[in-house]
Write a protein that binds this ligand. Structure first.
Ligand code: SF4
Length: 344
């Protein structure tokens, strides 16, 4: 790729998208955006990022934020441990680095929640350290450029690409990394035909020369996700709804949810489950929603349980309270929309 480095840098200078975290090279901004961008599209991240920065504009405010507020700011982004690790890392930076973000790869990678990719991104973009970022976008561009059939699902392929890129990375390391990733996102795209005519690498790209981009990258077939049936119970009393905090470990821990149990339940069971919260007046079948996680799917059937008396009034909240105070994971938000229809 040595022969296309200058073209890539020039292309990036002229074509990079204007994004809120690209307004400066402050490590705090790059760090938060990189963590948010893991598993989430750029367009979806922008509003989260802006809201986060408004509430927590610097390392010190992040180190001090309460867990509930932090999770509320992260609501909808998923993988909530990422948010918890941000706070842990901010506390370490406050304590061990006097509130100043460390400026070398070897220090950055010691922080919680920061792996090789993020440490490389921050150290190259903010401090121009010669570190390479290899993500799915970069691997796609690389394997198409060289017509390389190595399996990108394998760690050895990632390592090989890392080493090859490290041997050509220029002084302007951050721009090189950002340029390659941007190229993968907007030109050498994953779905559909790449926009080769607009690509700064095309003069030397083998996929362009051989018209065979569709063979690359080679990867393992996606694993089939485990499907789990769930029954969601939504107790309603006096136009308020019961929600509870999830147990402190495992998937979505520390977030809020509507009570639920594994498996499909019949009306008798649902009545029994509902009566744990008070005297059941009526049961309405609500929507069915399937939420897809990385390794599993929850197929959820919800029921509204209308109660005429309750044993724990303090656990019931209005819809607006749920929306503003509690971090409700995306897996449960469709039921909140369904509730709005029923209670309006
Ligand atoms: S020329 Fe086409 S296939 Fe090659 S890197 Fe550019 S967009 Fe991808």
């Amino acid at each position: 790729m040595k022969e296309v480095v200058t073209e890539l840098l020039n292309w990036y200078d002229k074509n990079k998208r204007i994004l809120p975290w690209r307004q400066d090279k402050a490590p705090y901004h790059v760090w938060i955006s990189e963590i948010m961008l893991q598993q989430t599209r750029i367009e979806a991240v922008i509003s989260y990022y802006e809201r986060f920065m408004k509430e927590l504009p610097d390392i010190s405010s992040l180190a001090k934020v309460s867990e509930d507020k932090l999770l509320k700011l992260w609501e909808g982004l998923g993988y909530y441990n990422r948010a918890r690790n941000l706070k842990k890392a901010a506390m370490i930076i406050e304590k061990q680095f006097h509130g100043i973000f460390p400026n070398t790869y070897s220090e950055i990678i010691q922080l919680p929640g920061i792996g090789e990719y993020t440490a490389s991104a921050i150290s190259s973009i903010c401090f121009n350290e010669k570190q390479v970022t290899v993500d799915g976008n970069v691997m796609r561009v690389f394997t198409r450029f060289y017509n390389d059939s190595s399996n990108i699902s394998k760690e050895s392929t990632k390592k090989m690409i890392h080493e090859k890129l490290l041997s050509v990375i220029p002084k302007d390391a951050g721009k090189f990394n950002e340029g390659l990733m941007e190229l993968g996102e907007v030109i050498c795209i994953p779905n559909g035909k790449p926009k080769c005519e607009m690509c700064p690498l095309k003069r030397h790209c083998k996929s362009y020369k051989n018209s065979n981009y569709f063979f690359y990258p080679v990867r393992d077939d996606k694993k089939i996700k485990e499907e789990i049936d769930m029954t969601v119970i939504i107790p309603i009393y006096d136009n308020k709804i019961l929600i509870r905090k999830r147990i402190e470990s495992g998937l979505l821990h520390g977030l809020y949810e509507f009570p639920n149990v594994v498996g499909k339940k019949d009306l008798e069971d649902i009545h029994l489950l509902g009566s744990e919260f008070g005297q059941v007046k009526d049961i309405q079948k609500s929507i069915c929603y399937t939420h897809v996680f990385t390794h599993k799917k929850w197929k959820m059937q919800a029921y509204f349980i209308f109660l005429e008396s309750v044993c724990c009034k303090d656990l019931f909240y209005s819809i607006s309270e749920i929306e503003t105070i509690f971090a409700l994971p995306t897996a449960f938000t469709p039921f909140l929309y369904a509730l709005k229809e029923v209670l309006k």
